[in-house]
Design a protein. Structure first.
Length: 330
């Protein structure tokens, strides 16, 4: 963001504002951690800030500080729409195109106030008054920390805010193993630890809360696996029947796509999950293969060069064929 725009935003936030903080459909750890942290920081600055998420989020994130303040748009549409339409500012976190807000899209499209976007995905839209976009950042949570630093909000940081930001960083960096993790990332997390974050507690809450059903679901997905060794690719999938059989809960398939990429010699993994006539797609790659472009061209989605997602309104069998055709031309 240019200096004059930064100054304009700084001046804008000097007065108390009604603010709604949003994130993308099917919010993950980074989306939830960054949104809750931002809401808490703004509230401490004197703003009236609410978090509205498009739909419910995974059970393993329900422990996050300030979770009681989360409004789920799908469950409380009237309340959500009223808050959005009467707000001065809507902050869009961890996504950069309004269609990624799912059921909130039409409401946000007619919003007449100002937008602030903070995001690290490729090809941001131009609907926001202020855009903070940087694809080199490991997570939106890191960007929220840097926003707080730049706007003089670090003094408001406490253990609860730090836990939210740490959750966003640790989940979007794959526990600090992805190439987007930098020295700056570690410096920021060091400060979060100084503020009272206990890494073992956060890790246990996120990664060690598995049910027996989830592991059986994982086994089912691995049984469904289709390997294309000559193309260094793999397709993983779960039908609605698979999920019903193993008592699927929201978030149970989080991270499943990474199992495909962990196979020796595999550089491209596709995970497809069928849900109510749609298929949710997760894509991962290694090296120079750009799954952001693959997702935009084939799966109505987008994301990062090596990690992207999409949503297709077609039966599972047809989406598998699309994935196979993508692999066929690699």
């Amino acid at each position: 963001m240019q200096k004059e725009n930064i100054q304009g935003l700084r001046q804008y936030l000097l007065e108390p504002r009604n603010i709604v903080v949003t994130n993308h459909v099917n919010p993950d750890g980074d989306a939830m951690g960054s949104a809750l942290a931002m809401q808490m920081l703004l509230s401490k600055q004197g703003h009236s800030a609410s978090v509205i998420v498009p739909n419910d989020y995974p059970h393993f994130l329900k422990w996050l500080p300030s979770k009681k303040d989360v409004i789920v748009f799908e469950n409380e549409k009237d309340k959500s729409e009223s808050l959005i339409h009467t707000s001065d500012l809507v902050i869009v976190l961890d996504y950069n195109a309004l269609h990624r807000s799912g059921p909130m899209q039409s409401t946000l499209e007619v919003f007449t106030g100002k937008f602030l976007m903070i995001d690290h995905h490729q090809q941001p839209g131009e609907f926001a008054e202020w855009i903070i976009s940087d694809t080199t950042k490991c997570s939106t949570a890191q960007m929220v920390y840097e926003f707080a630093e730049q706007f003089g909000l670090l003094s408001f940081m406490d253990t609860a805010i730090a836990e939210n930001l740490y959750t966003g960083i640790v989940t979007d960096t794959g526990s600090f193993r992805f190439s987007s993790t930098t020295a700056t990332t570690h410096k920021i997390t060091a400060h979060l630890l100084e503020l009272g974050v206990k890494p073992d507690s956060v890790y246990n809450n996120i990664f060690d809360a598995n049910s027996v059903s989830r592991f059986k679901l994982l086994g089912c997905m691995l049984e469904n696996m289709k390997v294309f060794q000559s193309k260094h690719s793999v397709i993983l999938y779960l039908s609605e029947e698979d999920q019903a059989k193993h008592n699927f809960r929201k978030g149970d398939s989080e991270g499943f796509v990474n199992y495909g990429l962990s196979i020796e010699g595999i550089t491209f993994a596709v995970f497809i999950r069928e849900e109510k006539g749609f298929c949710k797609i997760s894509l991962r790659s290694k090296g120079d293969l750009d799954v952001n472009q693959i997702s935009r061209q084939n799966f109505n989605g987008g994301g990062h060069k090596n990690a992207a997602g999409g949503l297709v309104e077609k039966p599972l069998v047809e989406v598998i064929k699309i994935a196979e055709s993508v692999i066929g031309v690699l």
